[in-house]
Design a protein around this ligand. Sequence first.
Ligand SMILES: [Zn+2]
Ligand SMILES: [Zn+2]
Length: 554
Amino acid sequence: MKDLKKDKIRIIPLGGFDKIGMNMTLIESEDSIIAIDCGASFPPSNMPGVDALIPDISYIKENKERFKGIILTHGHEDHIGALPYILLDVKAPVYGTPLTIALVEEKLKTFGIKNIKTRAITLGKTIVVGDFKIEFIRAIHSIPDSAMLAIYTSAGILFHTGDFKIDLSPVLGKNSDLSRLSTLGEKGVLAVLSDSTNAMRDGFSETEQFVNSNLDKLFSINSQKRIIIVSFASNMSRVQEILNLGKKYNRKVVLDGNVMMSIFKASVDLGYIQVDEDILVEMSDINKYKDNEIVILTTGSHGDSLQCISGIASGERSDINIKDNDVVLFSSVPIYGNASDFNIILSRLEEHGAIVEFQDIHATGHACAGEIKLLYSTLKPKFVIPAHGEYRFRREAKRIAKEVGIKSENIFLINNGDILELGADSCRISGKLSLEVVLIDGYEKREIDVNVIKDREKLSQSGVVVIEMCIDKKTGRYASKLNITSRGFVDEHSNKDLFEGLTKVVLQELSRYVNQGVKGERVNKGICRKAEWYIETVSGKKPIVIANITEVMV
Ligand SMILES: [Zn+2]
Ligand SMILES: [Zn+2]
């Protein structure tokens, strides 16, 4: 790519600009490249065995000597999930706030990755990485220790919001640092990359205090019932509220979910959560307590609050069953896309006699339109680049930016791979990287070829057909019977005609090859193609066909 001038920088998103998830954006100067975040996203259901999608980092690999480090805004999977895979290829230092770094270190330990430099940066501090100075600014979001970043570059100040909201009455931690935003706004901000997740929601997001007082009411109304709460694993505010309410209403608290437990432990170690040790009890001990003496907080894996409650509702758990004196409070939203799972869980809970509540007991972690407007009007950036969201969310953020007086031509709706070049007075798309989808196999914990997934999908839909035969190497005559077997395709007994027809077609094709002297891999390929054509014509199905025509010495 053409060299950059000293007073120019580039912004290149590698992920996060098409859908929620997989956030990673490169900032490039003449001598340095840094990445902001390194997230994974969850695969769609038609990718069997795929654990995660991660950004394509070919550009970093090509420019390894200039790559100076990865800066993390917070510890959610869509911001840190790709780290263990990417750090296998690029041994770069990783910077983030103390909780984020604690979560990263645990992740690296699980993957057995060593020799990575990690540095915990306290909010309010500024670090130097390559050509850039980076200031960590306090943000409030649904996990503690979230940061917004002011990145000081030769072209001007870039402001990256990470994931943020504005909460004037938070329960845990403090509001996003608005006074720092306004100071930076006075200094002059070149461009802002902003969280667009909730741009389509008018007004302001609910405050955590509102959630807290509604939960309090429900504890009071249901004073004789057993209370089960469903929440997100990383939402430590909610955990703190439940601990406080447990104390207030003399209930012991059970925390259920491995991901939540590890984030909880790190948060307690860092002093972000206050807990009396004797309030926590194990799930295996719940029967020692009366219904009105216990509250159970269940979660799931990253981004999925329903995992534990789903197991409980379907009776898979040996340690807890739903009964008719239970009230289940959904203090979360089902993640995008699994609304039908949510409905199944609801009806199972109700069939077992539980009362279910989900009104006004969850607050989003992302800024709504009013907050985004406040951000733009405080920072007064020259250029706006809406980030973190699908096109329609970012288009809405563009509308908001125009409302506060930012010129339409200064607002950029870019895509993953677009190269945005900025100077003190200029911003334009100067090129595009072509990015591949990178899939991670859940079992191998490594990159996997997209064709393997296509095969798995085919296998799961139409099965496999294997065609085997031995041919005399010397004479080219058949040295064994033709053997056709299948798995997961169709019942061989009730589809005799199909298999007989296939046998005939394969033998005809084989004898053609023998007569023409065609040998080796070409025979296998030719047989596969012919068999695939025949099977699709007769049955309409597209199984994987494997041909094994082996030459033997008789
Ligand atoms: Zn987040
Ligand atoms: Zn996010």
